[in-house]
Design a protein around this ligand. Structure first.
Ligand code: ARG
Length: 402
């Protein structure tokens, strides 16, 4: 791989990505580094970040608002897929990577770069997601990952930065590694590396503790159209506002924290803390509406494919063929996922208390009722059970030797 001339670097404003700028130029001979910082609703002020990249030696510093596509093209498909990695993690970090990669490639085209770069280390999932996405979107672009190769400790990285005029972090740096966007926060490292140690309350920012949550429950009604959340408490909201509001409501009531040991793509187990209040609330409600509106066999098949969808997103295969094929199935199922779900938020719980669909409910009251309106043909059950149980009876009889 020859030297890159012009690289577009995914930039967060932190020490590591800042040090990537002089490092790429001095150690790897890259002539020009252009930074791209994505706004994914993390709430950071972006102007200081834009300026910091220039101060660190970037020739151009670009900031891009990706919030809307993040929610509509990445979060909403994940809600429709009820995507939970290993049954729990709603992929808040993983979903952002293919979008950032896509935008990095676009910026690289716009500025005529021959490489893209990121600051991921060599043992995380994010490097896998970036490299695979970029490699499939733009096989001609080089992917540079200096932090995977430089072998510097945190102190050495800071010292390298200081020599290049990048100020050391002012406050005593928190021991945690945090990733943040509108879908949630992930917190790793520090004392959390011992999976047997309870996470300290100070690590949380989007959710209240169960103790501090209000004593009074709150009921929220979530409306869905074709599997997408479209309203809260009867008020139609655009996708971004809806997710923000769902985060506030669920977070206030202490719902949405996860403490798990997960299996990374690179083969290790890691202890992860997440707070993803809105996303988990919306997935919970969406699952419930599907139980009312999907046929039994479609629902069962979908449950299995959802797991595969979550796995492939986690594993960085967003732009792969299985994703496209599964989306065909998932999208088809969502045509009938229209209706509303009522959820009671209280002290860390989100309990579904009602669901309805005027257009697509498969719940037939006079079939389900035990009351006088019952239309179900009870006598027909006998013949059904005779045939249904036949193989079992024949097998049992043969074991008895008759
Ligand atoms: N383990 C999570 C994932 O792979 C989150 C990693 C986020 N990175 C971080 N520095 N906290 O999606």
């Amino acid at each position: 791989m020859g030297r890159a001339k012009k690289a577009v670097l995914a930039y967060s404003g932190g020490v590591d990505t800042s040090v990537c700028i002089p490092y790429l130029k001095q150690e790897w001979g890259v002539e020009e580094v252009i930074t791209f910082a994505a706004d994914l609703g993390q709430g950071d002020e972006l102007e200081p970040i834009r300026q910091k990249a220039l101060d660190s030696g970037a020739s151009q510093s670009i900031v891009g608002d990706l919030i809307e596509p993040f929610i509509t093209e990445f979060a909403f498909p994940a809600i429709r897929a009820n995507a939970l990695y290993e049954g729990r993690y709603p992929l808040s970090t993983a979903l952002a990577r293919p979008l950032i990669a896509r935008r990095l490639v676009e910026v690289a085209r716009e500025v005529g770069a021959d490489a893209v770069a990121h600051g991921c280390t060599g043992k995380g999932n994010d490097q896998v997601r970036f490299d695979v996405a970029i490699g499939s979107l733009a096989p001609d672009l080089k992917v540079l990952a200096p932090a995977r190769e430089w072998g510097m400790s945190r102190e050495e990285t800071i010292a390298y930065g200081e020599r290049c005029g990048i100020p050391a972090p002012v406050s005593k740096k928190s021991p945690y590694s945090i990733d943040l966007n509108l879908l949630g926060r992930s917190i790793e490292a520090g004392s959390l590396e011992d999976p047997d140690v309870e996470p300290p309350e100070e690590i949380y920012a989007l959710t209240r503790s169960v103790e501090a949550a209000p004593d009074t429950p709150q009921i929220v009604e979530i409306g869905f159209a074709r599997g997408n959340p479209v309203s809260l408490d009867g008020v139609a909201l655009d996708p971004v506002s809806l997710v923000r509001r769902a985060n506030q409501l669920a977070g206030l009531h202490g719902f949405g924290r996860l403490d798990m040991v997960e299996n990374r793509v690179v083969g290790i187990k890691s202890r992860e803390i997440y707070e993803t209040p809105g996303l988990l609330l919306l997935i919970r409600a969406h699952q419930e509406l599907e139980s009312l509106t999907l046929a039994a066999d479609v629902q069962r098949t979908k449950r299995q494919l959802e797991m595969q969808w979550a796995d492939l997103v986690y594993q960085g295969l967003w732009y792969g063929p299985l994703k496209e094929a599964l989306d065909g199935f998932l999208d088809c199922t969502q045509k009938s996922v229209n209706g509303t779900v009522r959820v009671k938020l209280h002290k860390g719980n989100a309990t579904v208390i009602g669901r309805r669909s005027s257009s697509d409910s498969l719940y037939v009251p006079d079939m389900a009722t035990y009351g006088a309106e019952d239309r179900f043909d009870h006598k027909a059950a006998e013949g059904f059970i005779y045939v249904w149980g036949l193989p079992t009876r024949l097998w049992a009889a043969s074991r008895r030797g008759c």
